[in-house]
Design a binder for this molecule. Structure first.
Ligand code: AMP
Length: 430
């Protein structure tokens, strides 16, 4: 029989790597808590319409990459419904914000999420069809201060703090402003006009984008098209007074917090809902990501709630590609990220198995991480097994059980000591 495998673009996360995933998530939770964020968990599937309206019909995500199916009604009276596995989480969070009338509280909502997203992209290193995002949104009625440039700067400063605390080195923050919806519309028109006489020289994708979504042309990595793209009008020249002032204030606050950034006039990002501030963090070559070097992206989306039929609720958010963050950490840190257990108990003879398990139970209840061997193992085998998973081995023979004094070997120090039962838990603490 053929062996069944995980679906292309999906993968299993196994120990010890999952330890690193948990560490990253714990660090994110700890940083988010310090900035006043609370967790939101939205469903993994939503109506297709949510993404069509929220993310935008013309985006690659909605036009090519979604896992969508027709969910049949079970009874004659039930209507079928088109459903989609979420390709991103902002639309879901804003839907929940509207549905639960969170705006009526009058206060700013600071929400974070951690979970899988699904896009039918061409799989490669750092790009999967099921991938994880750690993200957050700051959203609320304008009276709550949700439009303030302080929020943009705070989110960016928080991300810099998180990456630094995780030990990611050499990250780079690229920043831009895509202006208000009106600024964007004027810029879009200008781009379309500038592209009209030259687009026939461009790749097929860009020819299509020039018609349907000209801002997306700026995202293109196509080598041959770069010269044309670099010569296109710049968004900065189309920003209205308000957008310019907003962007200036975001930059001033970042400067005050000593968060470094570069302005990238081509950073418009693929999703339709962005307004004003857009940003992306990348990591340098040699960080294990190859061409997929963007570890997180985000921006402001002042009109998204209204696009989804909700009240005016300006907001800003980001999504970190957790898979890419992990790959970066693995590549950047030479030392293994896995920690060893506190102790391995080696029973000398099967008669000592119950005593070994009992000692393990006692130590585990005291908060230590412990593995138990088997009395049938020879001493050499016990030492080898212990050295693989634990920092110390406890020898448990008949004499030890009787005397209540155990022989412990510390592998790193290559030193052997005798420790009375009562002092074991303290002696084994890292
Ligand atoms: P986006 O939701 O497209 O703004 O993406 C935000 C971040 O999610 C990116 O910077 C990537 O780090 C990550 N990401 C997006 N798509 C994928 C994917 N297919 N596989 C892995 N990570 C992804």
């Amino acid at each position: 029989m053929a062996i069944l495998k995980a679906v292309r673009g999906t993968r299993d996360l196994l120990p010890p790597e999952t330890e690193l995933w948990n560490k990253v998530e714990a660090a994110a939770r700890s940083v988010f808590a310090r900035y006043g964020f609370g967790e939101i968990r939205t469903p993994i599937f939503e109506t297709t319409e949510l993404f069509a309206r929220g993310v935008g019909e013309e985006t690659d995500i909605v036009s090519k990459e979604m896992y969508t199916w027709e969910d049949r009604g079970r009874a004659e009276s039930d209507r079928g419904q088109s459903l989609t596995l979420r390709p991103e989480n902002t639309a879901g969070v804003v839907r929940a914000y509207i549905e639960h009338k969170l705006g009526e509280t009058g206060s700013l909502q600071k929400l974070f999420y951690i979970g899988p997203q699904f896009r039918r992209e061409r799989p490669q290193r750092g790009r999967y069809r099921q991938f994880w995002q750690i993200g957050a949104e700051v959203i609320g009625p304008a009276t709550s201060g949700s439009e303030s440039p302080v929020r943009d700067a705070e989110v960016l400063e928080m991300l810099a703090t998180l990456l630094d605390e995780l030990g990611i080195t050499g990250w780079r923050l690229a920043l831009n402003s895509v202006g208000s919806a009106a600024d964007r519309a004027r810029y879009s028109t200008a781009l379309r006009e500038a592209l009209a006489p030259v687009k026939h020289k461009m790749c097929e994708d860009n020819q299509r984008r020039a018609e349907t979504n000209p801002l997306r042309v700026l995202d293109s990595k196509d080598e041959n098209d770069q010269e044309i793209i670099n010569g296109l009008p710049k968004i900065a020249d189309f920003l209205g007074e308000d957008s310019r002032e907003h962007f200036a204030q975001v930059r001033a606050a970042l400067d005050a917090c000593h968060v470094r950034y570069i302005i990238d006039p081509r950073l418009v990002r693929g999703l339709d809902y962005y307004t004003r501030t857009t940003f992306e963090f990348t990591v340098p070559d040699g960080s294990g990501l190859g061409t997929q070097n963007a570890i997180l992206g985000g921006g402001r989306y002042d009109g998204l709630s209204e696009m989804l039929g909700g009240p005016k609720a300006p907001g800003i958010g980001f999504a970190i590609g957790e898979d890419r963050l992990i790959l970066t950490l693995q590549a950047q840190a030479a030392e293994a990220h896995t920690s060893k257990l506190d102790a391995y108990i080696a029973p000398m003879g099967t008669a000592q198995n119950p005593a070994a398990l009992q000692l393990a139970s006692e130590l585990r209840r005291a908060g230590l991480t412990v593995e138990v061997g088997d009395g049938s193992f020879r001493l050499k085998k016990s030492f080898e097994a212990a050295n693989k998973v634990a920092r110390k081995i406890i020898i448990l023979g008949e004499d030890e059980v009787k005397s209540g004094v155990f022989t412990i070997k510390d592998f790193a120090k290559a030193e052997q000591t005798k420790i009375p039962h009562g002092d074991l838990a303290t002696a084994l603490k890292p």
